[in-house]
Each structure stands twice: as structure tokens, then as C-alpha cells.
Write a protein that binds this ligand. Structure first.
Ligand SMILES: NC(=O)c1ccc[n+]([C@@H]2O[C@H](COP(=O)([O-])OP(=O)(O)OC[C@H]3O[C@@H](n4cnc5c(N)ncnc54)[C@H](O)[C@@H]3O)[C@@H](O)[C@H]2O)c1
Length: 389
């Protein structure tokens, strides 16, 4: 998954090439940092931290040194529950003044990711952020530029490009096995989280929480979107959630997003918090497909979700039935992003997950909101290195 050169090879290479070698920020960070483990701080010790903390603990290259939550008992509880042996903090400022660390992992309410990520970068920390990495494309791009100016790195979830199924689908398209690709569809929904209000508050919604996976997959497979048209709606205007009781829903719980890519390829994403799915929020053992790609010589469907992949159904024959292929997950799990980029930071290698791709996905989400407000088709300006595989 990691590309470029290993830390050892890199050290040998730079020693021979001398000062003429232009170091990338990761490579130079790895060279300047002799420690054997990357020290990480997790901010936000709610639901998703139950997936991140154990996964981070599987890596011999990573040590969780700090846990932080404004609901302080959550930081303490996670420290005890997972035997982390970290320092615990009730807010980011205290954490940044506390024990030193190298990378912050942001797992808080979506709306505060941007401000927390900025504070971490300003304090000289790398950042892995759950989606979205900021509330707007402009805010995210400013974080990316800030990181570059400080020779730091920031990445945003999701990690869907890491799955072997994404790789298989991308290669199948790139090798022309589907012929000329014209259309694609992605869908992801369930009946919505019931633990926190932020999912339904302004700048929350089903797009940054759920659609973000399909938008990352479809732009990852088909290339950057050039324009977006969308319809968003609120189907359930009131919800009852654990942290605030009865609330008014302010962000879309139903979204249909159309993207125009290069070469007149059109894709569509449908996501919502009001979709019956007996596989629920966990979505395990899903046997139906969630992504479809159509060309004039073949089509393929991703079985399961792009974040919880179960194989690819490939159909390229007029006579043979479609075949289920690429069923090996190769160890991929959706919560691996922070672990993988953290390992890359330590090794000085470039991970497949790309920040400009996450920013592009954020611009698509923002454009979809604008399209809903204005009834207009919205042009996009961002790009990312493509093809990814
Ligand atoms: N829950 C999941 O299964 C899941 C899966 C994938 C991604 N995510 C993403 O993870 C993020 C968190 O979701 P969640 O379900 O864990 O939410 P959650 O409400 O369970 O947890 C969020 C935690 O962040 C804390 N927090 C809020 N503001 C804070 C601040 N300023 N400083 C420190 N702590 C703060 C809250 O007190 C809370 O404990 C979201 O971006 C969500 O989209 C969640």
C-alpha cells in the first residue's frame, strides 16, 4: 500500500545524493525523528474511538500517549477500558501543553474538526482527521497550506482507497476491461445514529457522515468531478438522540448528488439517515452491492459497502454469468486510516490516502449544498492526483 522508498533505502539514498536531494516533508520528518514509535493523541473518545483505539494498538509503530474529550470521563473510561496507559485531558489546549506527541487523531463532532485540526497544526503536530477535515473546502485548503508551510501533514478520512476491492476496480477500469465507462452509482444509508445530535445539526448531515465514502470511491475510480448538481431534503424534521433528547433536524437526512467527471462520465450518490437496512450501522455480511460502474463492454458492482467490502461482481460476457471476484480483504478495515498514515509518517513513505482527494470530496459536499440552495449546477475547482491506482 505504501509507495516510494523505505526509510533505510531513503537514508542510504540521501546520504549518497547529499544536499541536492529535495526532501518531502514526510521523508525529512522521518530522518529528523529518531524515535521508534509515533506518539499519537486521540481527541474525541466517543463511539468511533472504540474502533480506532484497538486498531492503533495493533501497530508496533504507534503509541497512544494522550486521550482527550470535553466529556472528560469518556477519556478516562477509554484509557481504562483499553489499557492505554495514556495521559487524559479535558480539552485540546491542556493536551497541547501536556506530554509531547507527534500526530493528533481527531474523532470529535464533525463541526469542530477544522478548528481543532488548526490548533494541532499550529502546535507542530501532524493530523489525521475523521471526515470532514474541515467544514468548508476553503477552511480545509487553508489547513492543507498551513501544514505544508510547517512541513507537517494532515489527512482526512475515509480510507476506502486502501481496500483491495478499490484497487481491483480501479485497475479494471484503467485496463479498459469495461470498455468506455460512462456511468456509476453509489448508495449508503441507514436509519441514522441515535447517540449524538451533531449528526443532524448545521454542517452535519448524511453527506459528510455517509455519502463521503461513496463520493471518495466514485471520484477515486472515475477522476475528479468537474461539476455537481444535487437535491437534498429533510425527511424526519425531529429526532430523539441520547445526548440532547428531542432535537430539530437542520442538516439533510436524504441526499442525491450528481457528479460530472471528465470525458462526460456521470456518477450519482444517494445517501441518507432514513434508509431501512437490516444490516444496520455495522453493515456486516452485506451481500448486496452498493457501488455500480457501467462501461460499454462490462459492468461491475462492489458487494457490501466501499468501507466494508465483500467482493466485486464482474460482468463482461454476453454468454457467461457475472463472476464474484476480489473477495480477499487483505486485512483492510475502514478504521485503519490513522494507523496507516501514522506508520507512513514514521517510515517516511507516502500513503495511498491523499489529502487533496479528501479536500475534493469536501468541495463536492459543499457544492451539493450550494446546488440545493440555488437550484444551479455548481462548478468545482479542486483536483487530486489521479488515477490513484
Ligand atoms: N461512530 C461511528 O461508527 C463512526 C464511524 C466512522 C466515522 N465516524 C466519524 O467519527 C466522528 C465522531 O463520531 P462518533 O460517532 O464517535 O461521535 P460521538 O458523539 O460518539 O463522539 C464524539 C466525541 O467527541 C467529543 N468532543 C466534541 N467536541 C470536542 C472538543 N472540542 N474537544 C474534545 N472532545 C470533543 C464528544 O464529547 C464526544 O465524546 C464523526 O466525524 C463521525 O462522522 C463515526
Amino acid at each position: 500500500m505504501s509507495t516510494t522508498i523505505s526509510r533505510q533505502k531513503f537514508l542510504r539514498y540521501t546520504a549518497s545524493a547529499g544536499a541536492a536531494v529535495l526532501l518531502s516533508s514526510l521523508e525529512s520528518w522521518a530522518v529528523a525523528t529518531p524515535q521508534k514509535k509515533l506518539r499519537v493523541a486521540v481527541i474525541g473518545c466517543g463511539s468511533v474511538s472504540n474502533r480506532y483505539i484497538p486498531h492503533l494498538q495493533t501497530s508496533p509503530m504507534i503509541e497512544i500517549v494522550s486521550l482527550c474529550d470535553i466529556k472528560y470521563d469518556r477519556a478516562v473510561n477509554q484509557n481504562n477500558q483499553y489499557n492505554v496507559n495514556a495521559r487524559t485531558y479535558p480539552d485540546i489546549d491542556a493536551m497541547l501543553r501536556g506530554v509531547p506527541f507527534d500526530m493528533m487523531i481527531t474523532l470529535t463532532d464533525m463541526q469542530v474538526h477544522g478548528e481543532l485540526n488548526k490548533k494541532a497544526l499550529m502546535a507542530g503536530k501532524h493530523v489525521w482527521s475523521e471526515k470532514p477535515m474541515a467544514n468548508t473546502y476553503a477552511e480545509g485548503k487553508a489547513l492543507f497550506d498551513l501544514a505544508k508551510s510547517k512541513k507537517l501533514r494532515i489527512w482526512g478520512a475515509p480510507a476506502v482507497v486502501n481496500s483491495p476491492q478499490f484497487e481491483f476496480m480501479s485497475k479494471t477500469i484503467q485496463e479498459g476491461k469495461l470498455g468506455r465507462v460512462s456511468s456509476a452509482h453509489g448508495q449508503y444509508g441507514h436509519t441514522g445514529p441515535n447517540w449524538s445530535a451533531f449528526f443532524y445539526e448545521k454542517l452535519g448531515g448524511s453527506m459528510p457522515d455517509l455519502g463521503v465514502y461513496n463520493i471518495a470511491t466514485l471520484t477515486g475510480l472515475l477522476g475528479p468531478a468537474r461539476s455537481v448538481t444535487a437535491m437534498l431534503s429533510i425527511v424526519n424534521p425531529e429526532r430523539t438522540v441520547d445526548d440532547k433528547g428531542k432535537i430539530k433536524v437542520e442538516a439533510e437526512d436524504n441526499a442525491h448528488i450528481l457528479m460530472m467527471h471528465d470525458k462526460n462520465v456521470i456518477s450519482h450518490v444517494m445517501c441518507g439517515f432514513c434508509y431501512f437496512d437490516p444490516h444496520g450501522h455495522e453493515a456486516t455480511n452485506q451481500t448486496l452491492h452498493s457501488i455500480q460502474i457501467y462501461g460499454d463492454y462490462g459492468n461491475m458492482r462492489l458487494i457490501g459497502y466501499d468501507w466494508e467490502t465483500n467482493g466485486v461482481m464482474l460482468d463482461t460476457s454476453w454468454t457467461e454469468p457475472p463472476k464474484l471476484v476480489s473477495t480477499d480483504k487483505g486485512g483492510y478495515v475502514w478504521q485503519e486510516g490513522a494507523t496507516r498514515v501514522g506508520e507512513s509518517v514514521l517510515k517516511g513513505t507516502e500513503p495511498r490516502i491523499n489529502t487533496e482527494h479528501a479536500l475534493h470530496v469536501l468541495e463536492v459536499i459543499e457544492a451539493a449544498r450550494k446546488s440545493q440552495q440555488t437550484g444551479m449546477r455548481i462548478k468545482l475547482k479542486s483536483k487530486f492526483p489521479w488515477p490513484i491506482v
